[in-house]
Ligand binder design. Structure first.
Ligand code: NG1
Ligand code: ZN
Length: 550
């Protein structure tokens, strides 16, 4: 039939690379851009099928985030705005690795039947496409369009260059019937930011000399978009460096990943920035870390990582919830014991976890990867998740939001301007500012800035919430990283046999020692993470465990 011959014809134009096995990892498919055309074409098909199956709009994003500029990648955004359902990942792998057009066709047929996908050319499918600023993105986007248009009834809407979280936001918005454009996105985050600023206790502190934040845009899409956003913001001055307009290469000595892992200033920052509040985005703007340059004039920084962003958010949310639900207000029939929880991975600094627990918060751990954190956070009324590397967000449950709306209306008619009413407005503003689909560096930046102004805190005050334990992360190249299998949120290696016992023996040598290994989901390496009471010990623990892996 026509559909089959169309698929055979178009797929013959995109032969898969020889001798490479691709897998839909922590963040979709990633590889050197030169071998990705066939993969992206096939993910176009996958996206069309996902849209047909769910009868909703889905997204397809072309990015390799913090990886080098010559890499690229592709991933699917589900109708909710979240990551592709994990049940479809094996199908994604099969599609990407099918050796011939005929094999591809039979995999598709089998899957369509199994999943009962309405594949009759009557049902329609719509896919929103976005890409970061990588030069390879343009031709890969064309390949995605070819894949999409080889499925009858599927149409692609090319949204051009976007941050990853913008695309997630737009897919979610479209499926909720909300305007899904970049101006709508900027409008929503800038107005909810303004709302938080207007409610700062003791009058707004806008235009204080230190209300400037200096942001490293990683020479990528985040820098470019922030240049637009800053012009419609009121209540905050943003200076963008490494905006992508200059000579600088994407992610090269810049960006959140570099800053967090190397703990040194990014390109374009130095001793002239001592004391300033600085932040760094990653290459597709779904990660954010802060830092400041200490006065000792080395290239070292004082890093304020994802764990501390999480801690700041948790403090603020907890404070607002306390105001809103404080006792003595029993006359409202409308009270609600909101369940607030935080989600971390094993990479969270031990000092951060201790701090959060000491605040009385429920802390849970998941394996690395946003999909795991997101899923757990969604089980709370308010769930805050962050990876130490700066990817995270705050999720509000539908039931909590409807209660909050109702409570807000009640308070507004009873006692507009009361502390409780203001707390309700703030929480509603946070739910609109913060991206409900995925971690978003731009919205997190605005929330951090609003909270610092609210608390009247400098970056130093924030940084001193607790002292990070010294840590070290290493990568080890091995022949087969899948030989390492972990359990217990990746903190225990169950294979190869004996390795965990050997790691434990190393850990035992160091006070406050903690160490684990896991295979990366985005690079062909095994990662080693170590923590100890001193930097020397953390380094030495990481090095000796790296030798065990090698
Ligand atoms: P892998 O390569 O699986 O460690 C890295 C990050 C994750 C996540 C993904 C997606 C670390 C240790 N790992 O995953 O947290 O951000 O990339 O980009 O930072
Ligand atoms: Zn990223």
């Amino acid at each position: 039939e026509e559909q089959s011959s169309l698929l055979l014809k178009s797929s013959s134009l995109f032969p898969p690379p020889q001798g490479v096995k691709l897998s839909y990892g922590t963040a979709g498919f990633r590889a050197d851009a030169s071998i990705l055309k066939s993969t992206v074409y096939r993910v176009g098909i996958l996206a069309a099928l996902r849209s047909l199956k769910t009868q909703s709009v889905v997204g397809l994003m072309i990015t390799a985030s913090h990886n080098k500029v010559t890499d690229n990648g592709v991933k699917i955004v589900d109708p909710s705005g979240g990551m592709l359902s994990q049940e479809w990942e094996p199908f994604a792998d099969q599609l990407a690795n099918a050796p011939t057009p005929e094999a591809l066709l039979s995999i598709i047929r089998e899957f369509v039947e199994k999943e009962k996908i309405p594949f009759d050319g009557v049902q329609s499918a719509e896919i929103l496409l976005g890409r970061d600023t990588r030069p390879s993105g343009e031709s890969l986007l064309e390949a995605a369009k070819q894949g999409i248009s080889s499925i009858f009834g599927a149409i692609a809407l090319d949204l051009g260059i976007l941050t990853t979280p913008q695309l997630h936001w737009m897919v979610r918005a479209r499926n909720k019937g909300i305007t899904a454009t970049e101006p709508a996105y900027f409008q929503q985050i800038s107005s909810s930011f303004r709302c938080l600023i207007d409610l700062i206790p003791n009058g707004a502190k806008i235009n204080k000399p230190d209300s400037t934040v200096v942001v490293d845009g990683a020479d990528g899409v985040g820098g470019e978009k922030l240049e637009v956003l800053k012009n419609i913001l009121t209540g905050l001055v943003v200076e963008v460096r490494n905006s992508g307009k200059g000579e600088g290469l994407l992610n090269d000595g810049v960006g959140a990943d570099y800053v967090q892992k190397e703990k040194v200033v990014p390109r374009g920052f130095g001793s002239h920035d001592v004391g300033l509040r600085c932040a760094s985005l990653d290459g597709d703007a779904d990660r954010l870390v802060y830092f400041s340059v200490p006065a000792d004039s080395s290239s070292n920084i004082d890093l304020v990582d994802g764990d501390k962003i999480l801690s700041l958010f948790a403090l603020f949310i907890k404070e607002q919830l306390n105001i809103l639900t404080k006792k003595g207000n029993e006359k409202s029939t409308n009270n609600f014991e909101a369940h607030l929880g935080v989600v971390q991975t094993a990479y969270a600094n031990g000092a951060a976890t201790d701090y959060l627990k000491q605040l009385g918060l429920e802390v849970i751990f998941t394996p690395t990867g946003v999909k795991h954190l997101h899923e757990k956070a969604a089980q709370f009324d308010i769930g805050i998740y962050f990876e130490a590397n700066g990817h995270g967000t705050i999720l509000f449950s539908e039931s909590f939001l409807s209660w909050l709306e109702a409570r807000h209306n009640e308070l507004t008619s009873e006692s507009e301007g009361s502390e409780q009413q203001k707390a309700a407005v703030r929480l509603l503003a946070v739910s609109k500012l913060i991206n409900q689909a995925v971690g978003d560096a731009l919205s997190c930046l605005l929330l951090v800035e609003a909270i610092l102004q609210h608390m009247d805190w400098s970056i130093h005050k924030w940084s001193e919430l607790y002292q990070d334990l010294p840590s070290r992360q290493l990568k080890v190249k091995v022949v087969d990283r899948t030989a390492i299998v972990t359990t217990n949120a990746e903190t225990v290696a169950v294979s190869p046999p004996g390795i965990q016992e050997a790691i434990d023996a190393e850990i035992a040598k160091y006070p406050k020692g903690r160490c684990f290994i896991r295979p990366s989901g985005t690079e062909d390496v095994v990662r080693v993470y170590a923590e100890a009471a001193t930097q020397e010990d953390a380094d030495s623990l990481a090095n000796s465990v790296a030798k065990l892996v090698d």
